[in-house]
Design a protein around this ligand. Sequence first.
Ligand SMILES: [Zn+2]
Length: 455
Amino acid sequence: MAWIVRLVSLGAEGEEHSTDVLQIAKPRDLTDLASVGLTLAEGKRLLAGVQQELVAAQARAHAVRRPECRSCGVACRVKDYRQHAIATLFGRVTVRLPRFRCADCGTIAAGTGWPPHARSTPELDRLGAQLSALLTYRTAAAVLAQMFPVDAGTAHETLRRHTFEVAEELPVPATVEPATPAEMITVTFDSTFIRSCEQGERHLEVRIGNVETTTGRRRVFGAMAKTGTDLAALIRGSLDAVGRTEGTALSAFTDGCPGLRRVLLDAGIAELPILDWFHLAMRLQHLTRVAGALPSDGPERAAAKAVIVREVERLRWRLWNGKARDAGISLDRIRAVVHHFRGEPDGRRSVAPSRKLWTALRALNGYLVGQSDRLVDYGERHRMGLRVGTALTEGTANFLVNRRMNKSQQMRWTRRGADRLLQVRCAVYNGTLGIGLGQRFQAANDPHPPATIAA
Ligand SMILES: [Zn+2]
């Protein structure tokens, strides 16, 4: 059996004009499951066929237009014709468009509002950018070609170039409808690293963060360090987007890096950021693990190990409850007994546990020195239902950076390339990429809600 898909156009006076788009041959019955309805290939041919006909009709109507001259208002005459090949989501179309010249003053008009050198529709570019934000350029190009009758611009280099263009056209700050004023906004700001393919640099610093309100409104932002991207402006825009007003209480969390503090100051967050509990907890967890791995052969070592394990736990309690000033007591007590493990040889494949303990203690001490005024009573905040930090490193960073940019060891980035892609990923997350494509990624990305981090 055969079907013909026919496109019928209706003119202003009701006149009809029809074109056959596609002929489909199918078995009449449903004996074969694979022949139920349209196949992907037929669907693509159908869409491409409709697109060709639609655009051809639009081009015919366009060709008889005679725009008025911008300067003297006289109707223009056709100067010449130009061929334009445009990649669309439903195939490549070629149109012959007139250029116009004013008979009076000679002004030349294109007759379209297209950007110069346009070779693809904005929708195709945005979909390409959205897929590229989630997949490698190569995979994104393959997916696009698999699903849609896109027959031009599916090379991954093209996709990368268009993604950069989409990123560069993203508004800063992202335009938003005025949000309901927020009483309290928490800003979290962190840095992480990706591998560099630029000369003389092995890693590039990525700075990412998010703002969130107690009512669950959330925005992410990010930029590569040392690019032209104005991170402070992105933060200000994010704050406005979730409803910052003059009366909003702002609290910021960082891992203590002074560079991040400067950016926050530029963004208008004057108060000293709080040291993120998540970062602190990770270091304490490491210390706990190292202490637990100490040998307990002989009564002296067993007793010393018990002291160390207990003091690490106490240290954690002190830091959690805002008693950072007493952290030194725990550290001193550990140091007092650590000599019991001295002289222990390194294993064949591993460093001796006692040396690991020394290293971990020194690292924690170095981390806490000079940060005591940035430590708060996390326990009290937590009981009040306030943030003690966020799962940024685990959740947002994973989504924004790791899942796309650190996934494989082979992935290496240029500073500019990483920055552009990061802007698109933030826009995808925030739902600001563009019409119909702003699928928000729900907080399912965040495997550690704040409460479980604290615990
Ligand atoms: Zn004119």
